[in-house]
Every structure is written in C-alpha cells, then in structure tokens.
Design a protein around this ligand. Sequence first.
Ligand code: FRU
Length: 537
Amino acid sequence: MKNKLTLLVVAMAVAIQTFSCKNGKSDTDLAKEEGVESPSLEEQLYRPYYHFTPKVGWMNDPNGMFYYNGYYHLFYQHYPKDNIWGPMHWGHAISTDLVQWKHLPIAMYPDDLGYIFSGSAVVDYDNTSGFGKDGKIPIVAMYTYHDPKKGDAGQLDAQTQAIAYSLDEGNSWTKYEGNPVIDNPGIRDFRDPKVIWDQERGQWVMILAADFEMMIYTSKNLKDWTLADRFGKDVGSHEGVWECPDFFPMQVEGSDDVKWVMLGSISGGAPNGGNGTQYFIGDFDGQKFTMDKNFEEALAKKHDFWVDFGKDNYAGVTWSNIPPQDGRKIFIGWIVDGHYANKVPTTTWRSTQSLPRTVKLISDNGIPRITFQPVKEITNYIGKKSKKDHVSIGVDQETVLSDGDFDFSKAQIQYSIASLKDKGYTFKLSNNKGEELLFGYDGTKNQFFVDRRKSGKVDFHKEFADKVSIGPRLSDKDLHDADILLDKTSIEIFFDNGETSMTEIFFPSAPYSKLSVVSENGDLVLDHLEISQLKFN
Ligand code: FRU
C-alpha cells in the first residue's frame, strides 16, 4: 500500500502557493498569464453551455443531491472567495430537467466546528428525525465537519459527522444543536457520509470513507448512528485514500435479482493515474455487505471495475428520492482530476460537473457490472441532425465526416459499427488553429482511448496531457456503439451502451468544427453515424 498524500493535502498546499502569488494582480492579468486574454474571453471559450459550473469561485465534489417537489437539487463543495480550494461551503443549484441549472444562494457556511465537507441529503418523509414542524417535511443533510485547526496541527480527530435540516425544500438550513452526531474514532480521513433509506429493513443506512476502507452505519432517526460493518481493507485499489462513497440497491437488468452497488472514489491509482472511482457489487443484509461471488472472482483476476476510464470523473454520487415511478439511479461526478484542478486555465471560476448519468446494473456473462448513460433529458435539446448509413472508411486515410456544418462545442455524436474484429479507428475533432482531440478504439489491444495531447491549452500542468488515456473494452458484442456528448471543454464518451465510459476535459482556443475518422488494420464501414447540434445559448 503506497502512502500517498491525500488530495486534500495537495489541494491545501497548492491553495496556499496560488494565493500568495495572486496578490496584487487583477483577474485580467491572471487570465493573460493563464493563456486567455480576458475573463470575458474565458467565459466565451471555456464556460460550458450545459454542464454545471459555479458562477464564481471554486467548486469540487457534488454534494447532497435530492429530488423534491419537481426540482432536482444539487449542492457542491464551494469556496466562493477564490478560484482555488479553501474553506468549504455548500453551494446550491436546482433544475427541473438535470440539464439546465439555476444558481441559488450558498446553502451552508463554515462555522466554529469547521469547514463543511462533502455529504448527502435525504427527504425524511416520515419525520423519523423529528425535525419536521407544522406538517413541513424535513430534508436532512449529513456532512463532514473538517476542523482546520486540528487538521493543520496534525491531529487525527479533525473530521466528524454532522447533520442539518431544511423545512423549506433545501433553501435554508439549520444545523443540529447536537452536532457532531458521530465523533471521530481516531481516523484521520473520516468523511463524506452518504445516507439512504433501506426500504426493506425500515432503517437509514449511511456509508462513509475511513482512510483506506468504508464504514457502514445504521440509524432509525438520522441522529443516533451505530457502526454495522467495515469493508474494503484488502479489496480493490488502495493507492490513495478512499473518499466520497455511495451505497444503494439496484435490480439487475432483465432479472428480478437485486444487488447492492458500492461506489468509492480514491485519491490515486486510477486506471490512467490520478483520481478515480472504483466500485464493488454484492449483497447487504441490513448489517453486513458481502461481495457477490462472481464479482469477487472477476475482481481478483483483473481490476476493471471503474466508473470511468477517462482522467476526469471524481467524487461522483447519486441522487436521493428520485420518485419510484421514474425509478432511475442518477449519478453526477466532478469532471477534473484533483492533481490539476487548481490549475485549469479558468480564473473567475473553476471546475465543472458531469452531465447527470443514468446508472444500470447488468449481468455480463454472470459478472455484475454497472453502466452509465447520459440522462434522456439531453435529447430535448437536440436541434439539427445529420444521419449517415454505411459510410466507408479507408485504412490510414482521413475521411471527413463533417466540416463546418456543426459546432462541436455543443453536440452529440453517435455511431455504430457492426463488426470490427481486430480493426481499429480514430476519430478526430479539430479546429482551424491546428488543435485536435482524438478518440477511438485499438482493435489489436481491445482498448478505447482519448488523446488530448494536442487539444489546445495543455501546458498548465505536467499530468494534464502527458499521455493518451486508455479504457478497456469490456463488452464482447460484435456491435460497437458509442454515444458522445461534447461541450466547450469536455467530452463524455459512453462506449458499448455505457459499459466503458471515458470523460476528459480540454481547453481549445477555438471550438472544434471538423470531424474526421481514419481506420487502422483494414477498411471499415460505419454502419450508422448521427451528429446532432445541441441547442444552447
Ligand atoms: C474529495 C474531497 C472529499 C472532501 C472534500 C473536501 O474531493 O477530498 O473527501 O469531503 O473533497 O472539499
């Protein structure tokens, strides 16, 4: 087990460094140094059309997401006073369709007990907490307090768990006077509680990350918690501390089986280096989590149970209280890597959340796996479309699929290829500045890839574009398909119906306007290609 610095320590160190060199410089000066001419150019070039970003200041993990009364709520780790990590608040936004977001005032500020670190929120319909009043249903948030004084002094007990409640649908929050509800048991990294209602047992279940494992607690009232299980000490990757877990039951597609899915972000050792999110699947009896036998065997052979194989998808968790008639499990992640998050070339704000994704649990020849697909609501934004069938692609020669007809800074690309065997392909998105973003499939290695080495501004951090990112092909179907969503600074690729997802960010100096493709190891036919312009202003 490598003893790596935690993301937090890195973030704090960079924060102090960046803060000291910021003194005396305007945003415009800084923007120039960072390679864009002015904050307004930065807005035009880098502010995504439809991915959530904070209006100003720093953002990291998504927090406390719940659905209530027609609104999807999104909270997030936020430092409003600077574009780098700092004393954590919970920012707040709402949406009626998971695509367009309205900013709301900051929901929670740091206080005497510490910074407000990551956590979750649930609608307490039965008022088990007793916080409800005059028939108003309480929303209860559970989060980690990080006491910076203790943390800086190297004390182990800086992190504790706390709750707060809202009686006005998440707009204003009252912190519980009995906080913290879980004291620190002497574990330095002890954080990010994710609460869910366990319907079968009629209890609340909470999972949190504790150093290099997960701890599972149960409660009847959201205030008194009992430790039920610990999981993960000898399982999965431990190249960084574990953070931001999630834990929920799901029905296996096409069967009546229900399995529990555990997500766990890890601050190092992801497939392409840096931060990533691994997962585990098994059974939960209300107290203990046991890995599924087939899953366990597959994990022991090869660890390819990652939420995303791109460099940029971290700390992702799912929404609470999605209505049963909807029935989806909806996930959102922070799309940057913690190692360069403080360095990306935006100045007035920093960081982006992924497009919310629908999680599914499938059985892949008896091995349970999760898949991700973009939420269906994105299709409401489709404008003009081009559809082509049976496009012949010559080997080693570029076939132009679109040149100038689409603005790929807001677009969806979908394709399918019936039979590839050991052939491969490379798609290229490019602009008139000679910048290009490549993605595709290497048939000889059975691997997908994303290559942003020449995608635009890449020199702000040495780990941003030092190599091509690789993702294994997990599906064994003949048919290859992909669903790709593009915004100004991000690509999210869902290969094989989301069995392999890859998310990466990039910073071009002009939108990509051309799409071409080349095949390797023989000619191939793109059986179907669809390019859609997304309608956002
Ligand atoms: C993950 C994380 C969490 C923590 C939060 C602090 O990115 O380190 O574990 O709660 O960020 O902002």
